[in-house]
Design a protein around this ligand. Structure first.
Ligand code: ADP
Length: 301
């Protein structure tokens, strides 16, 4: 398996401008897994779902996408992750996340080092959004298992400030970043977490924590990639973006898939910028995520 994604899948209900709610599969873990799989990587998900209809629906999605579910367990006493997003008149978004999901109850003892040892990369995102101390400990257990087995660790900050106070989130995320080989922060998160605003300074910060590769995503300004002594701004692709909700997750999945396909981080970022740009052209997280063929056709245009 190329990439094993750890975290909390969530069914999302996203308010549209006409007041309707668009329902879809979301949560960065599942989004990243789908994006990587569509880019041709062999992908698995490591999580717990509830024994409910939302859980069935994720299992069906992953089956359709060719994603391995060997490391997915169902908890009969908890619900599958779920959240709602509403938008205020000034464009501000508010999200409500239902606590206590099956994924938030994952314990360190649920982590099977053997499953992790079979992956090329363990991708963990936003330990803060795993909501509970237990699942946070489980995330670190997974990271430890990966490091012991020589599996690369990839980490995306995916900060959700409302769930944990910033100082606490910062401490936990920095601890995770210290163990990550591949750091995939978004600029907004990184600014809040590091107190820095200059992308180069932020890249230096994450290299200083120990990452060998940093890809700092800058929205429509593309990505700053730093690896070893080399550093480059990789341009975004100008597109009419209608919904950039899962752009960062699509970037992560496509970037990791392309690394596993043998590209260097700079080539991988160009590929991932293209995949993420395409994903902003449709509504919802999963539906507009492009396949490798679509990304390559777009890059040839
Ligand atoms: P996050 O959601 O994690 O903050 P970003 O907003 O930085 O992630 O977006 C991730 C990537 O998606 C960017 O590096 C860029 O390649 C692409 N992207 C995001 N917004 C746009 C846009 N408006 N136009 C083109 N590409 C975009």
């Amino acid at each position: 398996m190329d990439i094993l994604c750890f975290g909390e899948p969530m069914l999302e209900f996203n308010e549209q401008s006409d007041g309707r709610f668009l329902a879809g599969h979301g949560g960065d873990t599942s989004n990243c897994a789908v994006a990587a799989s569509r880019s041709g990587a062999r992908v698995g998900v490591l999580t717990h779902l509830g024994a409910d209809a939302a859980g069935d629906s994720f299992m069906q999605l992953w089956k359709n996408e060719g994603i391995d579910t060997e490391a997915v367990a169902r908890n009969a006493h908890a619900h599958t992750g779920i959240y709602f997003i509403t938008h205020g008149p000034d464009g501000h978004s508010f999200s409500y996340l239902r606590k206590g999901s099956a994924a938030s109850l994952i314990r360190p003892s649920d982590i099977d080092p053997e499953v992790i040892g079979r992956a090329g990369i363990l991708h963990v995102s936003g330990i803060t959004q795993a909501i509970s101390d237990t699942s946070c400990d489980a995330a670190f257990a997974a990271i430890d298992a990966a490091r012991s087995a020589g599996v690369k660790v990839s980490y995306d900050t995916n900060l959700r400030q409302k769930l944990w106070p910033l100082p606490r989130a910062r401490a936990v995320i920095h601890a995770a970043m210290e163990m990550a080989d591949i750091a995939l922060p978004g600029l907004e998160d990184a600014e809040a977490l590091t107190g820095l605003s200059d992308p180069d300074a932020i890249a230096d910060f994450y290299l200083g924590l120990g990452a060998e590769t940093v890809a700092l995503t800058l929205g429509s300004d593309g990505t700053l990639v730093a690896a070893g002594d080399r550093r480059e701004r990789v341009a975004a692709f100008p597109v009419e973006a209608v919904d950039a909700t899962a752009a960062g997750d699509t970037f992560d999945g496509a970037f990791l898939a392309e690394l596993r396909a043998g590209s260097d981080p700079f080539v991988a970022a160009r590929y991932a910028n293209a995949a993420a740009a395409l994903s902003t052209q449709g509504y919802g997280a999963v539906a507009p995520m492009p396949t490798r063929n679509a990304v390559e056709a777009f890059l040839r245009e």
